[in-house]
Design a protein around this ligand. Sequence first.
Ligand code: PLP
Length: 440
Amino acid sequence: MDNVQVRESLSLIEKDRKYVWHHISPYKEEAPPMIVEKGEGSWITDYKGNRYLDAMSGLWCVNVGYGREELAEVAAEQIKKLAYTPMTNSHKSAIELAEKINAMLDDEYVIFYSNSGSDANEVAFKIARQYHQQNGEPNRYKIISRYRAYHGSSMGALSATGQSLRKYKYEPLSAGFIHVSPPDHYRKPDNISVEQYNLLKAREIEETIKFEQKETIAAVIMEPLITGGGVIIPHEVYVQEVERICNRHGVLLIIDEVICGFGRTGKAFGHQHFNIKPDIITMAKGLTSAYLPLSITAIRKEIYEAFKGTEENYHFRHVNTFGGNPAACAVALKNLEIMERENLFKRSEELGKKLLNGLEELKNHPNVGDVRGLGLLAGIEIVEGKETKKPVSNEKIAKLIAAAKAKGLIIGRNGDTVAGHNNILTLSPPLSSTDDDIQF
Ligand code: PLP
């Protein structure tokens, strides 16, 4: 057979095996990938007709659920009218979206568009460094983040990531990224209260700033709650103390809302649970419910001011071709309109409570160490025993995920833990899920 004949004789699965390099998934002959054909509401169907409840909303992103025709229509209309203009120019959807995002936030921000969560974080780091340079503190370049957090896959965002498994084969990464430990209540010492423990963890950031010379620290980046690293939800004293510490030492606070934003935790943005005002906020995923790629770095007005003035200062020398794509901005606007019309942030809060109540029952199981969540985001920590809290092996977690899939349920797992295991199951279903979906 010649090459053309070989190509034509292959099944879809065989072609996938031959031509497609999948994200993360290891190549395993015996476990072919799921080839997904369509999505409707919270359910996806593979090309053989098997249906699954997608309790991960893809990668924590399809917030309004699958199959929204109005999102397809708005994208088509925009493409017909204006397919593209670089964001060195501007266009109506980008302007309206920036205004809309401002209305959802508690302070005044300017909006910088990119394509992915990783991009948005890269932009945040570059702005933080340039801001300090232009503000008379050129030595502030270091970024502090937390172990177990995930901030993206590009070199800077991966440097901020605190999951060694994802990093060690690509090192050395960018210089100037420092990690501290997160507040993980489940593993706190018994002899201190949750508040005391959280304050101690926040002060670890302050100590790090002092050890490193505060004049060298540009920013702290954190998610409002660690999502992919195991659904680690801080007490509010932690987040508020981190904000105070940043203010005290002239360090910018970057909040990564890539997963927590757009209703995932039951509010528009995760940080709004904690009554703080971040200097920079990054967003992606739920911004368009992943119907098209788009991300945002929102920069507090005061910081933007440092980019005005002299010829030397006013350039932020960063460009990306696709950021602020007109169809993506139009989809984001319509997506936010759907969220508002269907009251999906409130729904996330209410359904989230229902989900968590149901999951609480699992705590009676000897291998369920902890169940935690906020809004429609939940984690189930699977351990060998409640006393030892020893994470179960990768193999056992993989079996659990496969067993759920065999019953028609897609669930996730966290990316990394301190011990190098992935022992936390994660749930992040569409905010538009029905009561029956959640019951399922
Ligand atoms: N930040 C967080 C908290 C994320 O969970 C992710 C992706 O999962 C990213 C950033 C990177 O986003 P992207 O995959 O769009 O680059």
